[in-house]
Design a protein around this ligand. Structure first.
Ligand SMILES: [Cu+2]
Length: 124
């Protein structure tokens, strides 16, 4: 009887150890969110590249609000005709390179319901 108990205890210890090892392996899996982030970044970059370039003239820059007004040509991806309007800047750094009167080429998209300038460069 005593021997049997010792054997069972050893078995239980083994089961416990392998169980712990498996739990450790399982815990490693959720440690991979970097893979998801990488995929999302790639998808975002692809979207930006496929947006049509639009010509326009900057009429106003509001760096504090992160907004820019552009007298723009038609924007096909937004089904928008030529007009002067305010856009949000996807990156506030975009506004540092722009001032009223500048001829610019930009891309725009709807982000969280807001019309947003995604890229902006000087010249037509
Ligand atoms: Cu517009």
């Amino acid at each position: 009887m005593k021997r049997r108990f010792a054997a069972s205890a050893a078995m239980l210890t083994l089961i416990f150890l392998s169980g712990a090892a498996m739990a450790g392996a399982a815990a490693d899996k959720p440690m991979d969110p970097a893979m998801h982030g990488g995929a999302a970044e790639k998808a975002g970059a692809t979207t930006a590249v496929t947006l049509p370039s639009v010509s326009g003239t900057v009429t106003k820059v509001d760096e504090a609000a992160g907004k820019i007004s552009i007298d723009h040509q038609a924007i096909p991806n937004l089904s928008m005709d030529a007009m002067t309007m305010v856009f949000k800047a996807a990156d506030p750094a975009l506004l540092k390179a722009a001032k009223p009167g500048d001829a610019v080429t930009f891309t725009a998209d709807k982000v969280n319901g807001q019309l947003t300038v995604m890229t902006l460069k000087k010249g037509k």
